[in-house]
Design a protein around this ligand. Structure first.
Ligand code: PRX
Length: 652
């Protein structure tokens, strides 16, 4: 049965109403019900959030729901809870005891099922390991792991003892690890020898070793044997995961921690060269991830949920580890690449495990479209009842393909807008209530007072572009940038005092749906990953041949945005294809392969204003359209643009 009600001949323009059967069983089953509850939640946000928070297990009740000293929030003040206990113990002791918490598949095909009772034992053991190794509440622990259950176990064990984890995506390079070790002041690292990706072992421990050569404060490195690749272990510092787990008890008594106890730091790109340490705390973060999973993914006890993100990103934190486990759901976790051994891997796993809720990114969907319809057509995907999308605006072509070829025309698609900073989903359809349109994340979640404002701070008229803001605090919001309150205030709270500025451009249509246009700052969205142009520029200028660099995004069919770099060379260096390859590899070496520029243009000079500012806007226009439409009279030397244009368009 189709969920489509077309108001237009063009399917991309049509409105897709929730399937009636779905709506009947959903927690929120009509738009009017949503609207009524939403209005009430905006009038009394604390009441809404307190009701959700009460569904969690608290060791000590809170005395005040919100303490708001803009831009600093405290939620559930005075309350105490243990986040890990909420995600694990709570289920391990009840009827979900023998329910699968994680169904894991390694890329080579190895499989494991971990029940909630087993998860409790593993997490308790690892919490004992951490304590035995002298790690205490408040200590920062860097986690650099492949997508194996031990990554989640390590995070949960940190949460259990009150240690603050900082997960670093396994694709990042040694310098990126070093930055994070230094900024967070980590005392321990949890890693693996390597992980499987496209049939090959990606070594991880050697990258950690490289970073640790330049950082001496780490006392302990705990290494999981995943791939058996050759690595070195430093006597007195490095220990094996399995050895440590052998001699500890499977009992661990969890303590309650203050609701505002830091849970984790996750670094994300901003508009300066230095990544920002987004700090999330306990009670509010768990409330936000728990409630959004419940309403937006409609999680139920018989669901098999699968989010294809990596735990190295916020999506992995909120929608693989904390939100789903707080809901006691069964989830699938996969180690490797979507196209290994071929583009049928995801669909084969959906068939095999009977996945009911599937959450992925538009960039993956576009790669699947390119690979061809034959891959999903080979598998039975009828278990699916709900699809999700995250990371960037989902283009109508991808939305329609996802709806038809994966969702069989019957599954609602929740296009979820949020950020590392917001902790949990902010704008999304509710699957049983909200009519969807390809390309819009639709309406704000309960308690989220989102708006689009113009420069003067007034709400934009329908279909007028402006800045996306959130006007009231919410529990899962980042509390600050780690050790940098001033930057936190400046980046997010100074455009419109008292309001959170997301950094995204957006517009609302007449029905109030939010259409996200994209970043307004110097942040790129490459395959759903946030990359700062300044970070890539500073990696480029660290190369001995480069004098100056400017990086911009250009539209790319698969990745959303591709990275285009412009460099001027130091005297004595000549442009050559070899140098271009070297520069691309250099960026991959410094930051990680995800940041590797797609194009590198060597130029005699960069376009600058008379006051010496690089005009990235022009470079962006040039790589996007091949020409410059606007006024370039403010340029110091307009010849620069003419010669770059020739270079980009091949001399035309
Ligand atoms: O530009 C928005 C885009 O991703 C940014 C947040 O990136 P990050 O903190 O890495 O978190 C990604 C996963 C939540 C946003 O500022 N973005 C994310 N989801 C969407 C989106 N843009 C449009 N539609 C979305 N659904």
């Amino acid at each position: 049965m189709s969920s489509k009600k077309s108001t237009s001949a063009d399917p991309a323009e049509a409105t897709y109403k929730p399937d009636k059967k779905f709506a009947k069983k959903a927690r929120i089953s009509s738009l009017s019900e949503y609207q009524e509850l939403y209005q009430e939640s905006i009038r009394k946000p604390q009441k809404f959030w307190a009701k959700e928070a009460k569904e969690l297990q608290w060791r000590k009740p809170w005395s005040k729901t919100l303490k708001w000293d803009p831009p600093f929030a405290e939620w559930f003040t005075g309350g105490e809870l243990n986040v890990c206990e909420n995600c694990v113990d709570r289920h391990a002791e009840g009827p979900r005891k023998n329910k699968a918490a994680i169904i894991w598949e390694g890329e080579p095909g190895d499989k494991r099922v971990i029940t909630y009772a087993q998860l409790k034992r593993e997490v308790s053991k690892f919490a004992n390991v951490l304590e035995k190794n002298g790690i205490e509440a408040g200590d920062r622990v860097l986690i650099y792991m492949p997508m194996v259950p031990e990554a989640a176990i390590a995070m949960l064990a940190c949460a259990r003892i009150g240690a603050v984890h900082n997960v670093v995506f396994g694709g990042f390079a040694a310098d990126a690890i070093l930055d994070r070790l230094e900024d967070s002041g980590a005392v321990a690292v949890i890693t693996a020898d390597g992980g499987w990706r496209r049939g090959k072992v990606i070594p991880l421990k050697p990258t950690v070793d490289d970073a640790l050569q330049r950082f001496s404060k780490v006392r302990r490195v705990i290494v999981l044997n995943r791939c058996g690749n050759d690595i070195s272990m430093q006597e007195g510092r490095d220990v094996w995961w399995a050895d440590e787990m052998e001699n500890v008890s499977a009992q661990h008594t969890a303590k309650g921690f203050d609701s505002e106890h830091p849970l984790f730091i996750l670094y994300t790109s901003g508009s300066t060269g230095k990544p920002k340490g987004i700090l999330h705390t306990s009670g509010g973060y768990l409330t936000g991830t728990y409630a959004t999973c419940k309403y937006i993914f409609d999680m139920r006890d018989d669901d098999v949920y699968w989010c294809t993100a990596d735990v190295g990103w916020i999506t992995g934190h909120s929608y693989i580890v904390y939100g789903p486990l707080a809901n006691g759901v069964t989830q699938v976790m996969y180690e490797g690449a979507p196209n290994f051994p071929d583009f049928g891997r995801f669909w084969q796993m959906i068939e095999e495990y009977g996945v009911t809720i599937f959450y992925t990114a538009p960039t993956a969907i576009r790669a699947f479209i390119k690979a061809g319809d034959a891959f999903p057509a080979k598998y039975d995907l009828s278990s699916l009842r709900l699809l999700g999308s995250v990371g960037e605006p989902i283009n109508p072509e991808a939305w329609l393909w996802y709806h038809e070829h994966i969702g069989g025309g019957k599954c609602p698609i929740v296009d979820t807008w949020w950020q590392t900073e917001t902790g949990a989903i902010m704008i999304s359809p509710l699957p049983g209530a909200t009519p969807c349109k390809p390309g819009t994340a639709t309406l704000p979640f309960f308690g989220i007072d989102a708006a689009v404002l113009d420069d003067a701070g007034n709400e934009c008229k329908p279909n007028e572009d402006g800045r996306l803001v959130i006007r009231q605090p919410w529990p899962s919001m980042t509390r600050t940038l780690y050790k940098d309150k001033a930057r936190f205030k400046k980046v997010y709270w100074s455009d419109y005092p008292g309001f959170y500025t997301a950094g995204d451009g957006a517009r609302r249509d007449k029905k109030g749906n939010f259409w996200i246009i994209g970043r307004l700052d110097d942040v790129l969205n490459v395959s759903g990953h946030r990359l700062g142009t300044a970070e890539i520029e500073s990696a480029l200028v660290a190369h001995h041949a480069v004098a100056e660099a400017a990086v911009v995004g250009r539209p790319d069919d698969l990745k959303g945005q591709a990275v285009a770099a412009f460099v001027t060379l130091k005297t004595g260096y000549e442009e050559s294809p070899e140098l271009v390859v070297e520069l691309r590899n250099h960026v991959a070496h410094v930051i990680g392969a995800i940041a590797k520029p797609d194009d590198v243009y060597c130029t005699a000079a960069l376009p600058k204003t008379r006051s010496g500012k690089i005009m990235r806007r022009l470079l962006k226009e040039l790589v996007s359209t091949g020409k410059i439409s606007g006024n370039i009279t403010t340029l110091e030397d307009s010849e620069v643009i003419t010669s770059l244009q020739k270079k980009i368009t091949g001399g035309s």
